[in-house]
Design a protein around this ligand. Structure first.
Ligand code: ATP
Ligand code: LTN
Length: 332
């Protein structure tokens, strides 16, 4: 039987965070043997906010290097740049015509990003989820591993796919979000009620995968907790400590119960230090590989070119079928 297909991606809008790793990339790595995986760098989505052209190009290669350094094997996965596969933008246009303004108006990410970029509320930001739907549907992906913040975008993707299938007959696979139970929403270290985000302006709120060991230790020391001084999981009343426990638990493979037992009678100081150490131990080898890869742009290029070739093959076939169904003449 054919393997199920997976597609996911991350925007090239900043340095990747521990949230991106624990919420997304970590799951991708666990899926690479069992599924036929397509992982892209969402460079077109990055254009919805302003970037320096050179910086965007650099960031795209950094995201690729993080994918590889985290353990995504380019021989097992198709790794590519979104902008290298025209099928995404072709399907984006078609799907625009099957998406309602009212649906897009309900998207919370659009509302959040419009508030953050009040001087640049462009229509790309508004139709962002349609391009994302095109990314997914152009591969007939079965599963889309993402963090919790992308849940709504997956729902609209399913709605668009179902609407299209309803009009033209079975065309798209209806994709499912794969959102892990733990780690799907790593919170900020300074504001544990909001998600850790790579575009955050408070640097102490975010652990970047490229932070130095000292910075990581400092940031965990400063992490906001509470006055109970007891390592206990309670997301509602102890969001800070619960977030640190989630991070610690995911990296060490421990349950919340086990962590509570481990730290009985110990204060937050100890717990924060221990959490910082497991994070440092996790990111150090990743960083070594990352810097090594960035020094080898030829190798990176080889990987993304090979990936694009494979991605184009699958996506072109599916998008040509869509062209035919809506009444366009396919130029083959
Ligand atoms: P931005 O701040 O630019 O919106 P971001 O940090 O939210 O960026 P995205 O590119 O939007 O990152 O997300 C990439 C992937 O990482 C998505 O699957 C997203 O759900 C996941 N992700 C992002 N932040 C977190 C987080 N704090 N916890 C868990 N998963 C996350
Ligand atoms: N919007 C996503 C990035 C993204 C994506 C996708 C994720 C763009 N296209 C397709 C999964 C599938 C985000 O994480 N901000």
């Amino acid at each position: 039987m054919d393997k199920k297909v997976i597609l996911s991606g991350i925007q090239a809008t900043g340095n990747l965070t521990l949230g991106n790793y624990l919420g997304a990339i970590r799951n991708w790595i666990q899926m690479q043997d069992e599924y036929d995986c397509y992982y892209m760098i969402a460079d077109l989505h990055s254009l919805t906010v302003r970037n320096e052209p050179e910086v965007l190009r650099k960031r795209a290669m950094q995201v690729l290097a993080i994918y590889l350094a985290s353990g995504l094997d380019p021989d097992k996965n198709t790794i590519f740049l979104q902008s290298h596969v025209d099928a995404h933008t072709k399907l984006n246009w078609i799907l625009n015509c099957y998406t309602y303004m009212g649906e897009l108006n309900r998207m919370t990410q659009f509302k959040d990003k419009s508030a953050k970029h009040a001087d640049n509320i462009n229509s790309g930001l508004f139709t962002y989820p349609v391009l994302m739907a095109a990314d997914i549907l152009a591969y007939n992906a079965d599963l889309v591993p993402v963090g919790d913040d992308q849940r709504q975008h997956l729902e609209i993707t399913r709605d668009i796919a179902e609407r299209f299938n309803g009009i033209y007959g079975e065309t798209f696979v209806i994709p499912e979000a794969y959102i892990a139970k733990q780690g799907a929403r790593i919170m900020g270290l300074q504001d544990p009620t909001a998600k850790m985000s790579k575009s955050s302006t408070n640097l102490n709120d975010v652990i970047f995968l490229t932070d130095s060991p000292d910075d990581i230790r400092k940031k965990f020391k400063k992490a906001v907790t509470d006055s109970e001084n007891c390592v206990r999981y309670d997301k509602e009343s102890k969001p800070g400590v619960s977030n640190l426990m989630t991070i610690y638990g995911l990296i060490e493979g421990k349950s919340m119960d086990e962590i509570e037992k481990e730290f009985v009678g110990k204060g937050y100081g100890d717990f924060k230090n221990k959490t910082a150490e497991v994070v440092v131990k996790k990111v150090q080898p990743l960083q070594e590989k990352y810097y090594e890869l960035l020094e080898n742009p030829e190798k990176l290029r080889e990987i993304y070119e090979k990936g694009a070739k494979k991605a184009r093959k699958r996506a072109n076939e599916i998008v040509n079928e869509v062209y035919r169904k809506v009444g366009l003449i396919v130029d083959e």
